[in-house]
Design a protein around this ligand. Structure first.
Ligand SMILES: [Zn+2]
Length: 411
């Protein structure tokens, strides 16, 4: 069994407490020992001297779109690609997330029914670089190319509870684990749409019932308060945005805080505010909407945390102006806008990340028995969380006990 020992590191263990000097021993795919201010056995191990860097859990992206085309390595001026290019580009985006320290990704939907499921199988089989993946299926048709950002059409599965049931059953049979429903529309794309419900109560109930039967998780795009409540009533596990959650919605979220996860997706909001599009794109409306959303999130997220609801970074990366690979920016935005300390943002992206991946107690912390998904950081992200946006500051990236990126000079 392969073994690795990290020496000369300070460990950020994911809990949110400050980094402490320690040695860490990894055997096979798991962490077998964390020795605080002490040594671990070196037998049979490759020794990695961290030179004072911080060893921390790999990051988890809570709102991943690996099949959304644009990345930090490739600009695609729309949202669609020819089929084979889409598949290869999705695999490439998986590698890009891992290169940037994201050892896990929870999918918020794909542009193809099976691409993420096939990709996950290839990654898990070895030989294909990419994060641990909770795969999704298609939720909506690929958007048209003409717009800078287009919602596409709401899914293909037709109306009515039976059609919804069949869709959930079909996706589960294909191997999808997380199914995303747009319970509300999206005002960034169509003015006022965030307040509209796209599903009836009967349809949402059918989705919930079939998801439990098929053992898959439901994920909701939900801005409107009523969309948040609809998701909560029917067992949706992950709620994105929640922008207009009212007092009743907050109470319902608090009551189910041990079952649900929220990702506000600040990345796309900030990117919209920062975007300088070509002159022929009129994005005034999108920017106005983003400013409103950001203002609401600045009040909403602290209140959710006060109530004990688990809130995670994850920001809809993959759009032309918000590329895959920039994902770590969400942590900085949590600090800048939501009142998090860097350590709290890191804990949300790691410890809570392990929980959203369905691996509570096994993933997202540097603790004995946990899966060895680890980053060796040149510098201290608890001082400046923005350094994680520079992949050259990641001296080593380990997933499942194997190096995706080896420490410099030790290939
Ligand atoms: Zn999304």
């Amino acid at each position: 069994m392969s073994a690795t020992v990290f020496t000369g590191v300070r460990v950020f263990d994911g809990s949110g407490t400050p980094p402490f000097p320690a040695e860490v021993r990894v055997e096979g795919e798991r962490i077998v020992q964390v020795a605080r201010e002490a040594a671990v056995p070196r037998e049979g191990a490759r020794i990695v001297d961290g030179r004072g860097g911080v060893l921390m859990p790999g990051l988890v992206e809570a709102h991943a779109h690996l099949s959304w085309p644009t990345s930090v390595e490739r600009f695609v001026p729309g949202m669609s690609l020819p089929e084979q290019d889409l598949v290869l580009n999705t695999a490439r985006n998986a590698r890009i997330l891992l290169d940037h320290g994201f050892t896990s990704a929870y999918s918020a939907g794909a542009l193809d029914r099976t691409v993420e499921i096939t990709l996950k199988a290839a990654i898990d089989a070895g030989g294909m670089p990419g994060p641990r993946l909770v795969p999704s299926s298609v939720e909506r048709e690929p958007p048209i190319e003409s717009a800078m950002m287009d919602p596409g059409k709401v899914d293909e599965h037709g109306r009515g509870p039976e059609a919804v049931r069949a869709f959930v059953k079909g996706c589960a049979a294909l191997g999808a684990k997380s199914l995303k429903f747009l319970l509300s529309g999206e005002s960034a794309l169509k003015p006022g749409a965030s307040m509209e419900l796209l599903y009836t109560e009967d349809e949402a109930r059918a989705a919930g019932e079939q998801a439990r039967e098929s053992d898959v998780w439901l994920t909701a795009h939900a801005h409107a308060a009523e969309a948040v409540k609809m998701g909560l009533r029917h067992g949706f596990r992950v709620l994105y945005h929640c922008t207009y959650a009212d007092e009743e919605a907050l109470d319902m979220m608090e009551a189910r805080k041990d079952e649900i996860f929220v990702a506000p997706t600040l990345g796309i909001v900030q990117a919209t505010l920062d975007a300088v599009p070509p002159p022929h794109f009129d994005v005034r409306h999108m920017k106005e909407d983003a400013a409103i959303v950001l203002e609401r999130q600045r009040r909403l997220v602290p209140e959710l945390r006060r109530r004990g609801v688990r809130v995670l970074p994850g920001g809809d990366y993959g759009f032309p102006f918000n590329p895959n690979g920039r994902n770590a920016r969400d942590l900085e935005l949590f600090v800048r806008h939501l009142g998090y300390t860097p350590a709290e943002a890191l804990s949300a992206a790691t410890m809570l990340g392990g929980q959203i991946m369905g691996l509570d107690g096994e993933l997202g912390m540097v603790r004995k028995g946990f899966l060895a998904d680890l980053l060796l950081v040149d510098g201290d992200p608890c001082q400046d969380v923005a350094i994680l946006q520079d992949k050259s500051r990641l001296s080593a990236i380990m997933k499942d006990g194997r190096f995706h990126k080896s420490p410099e000079g030790r290939q």
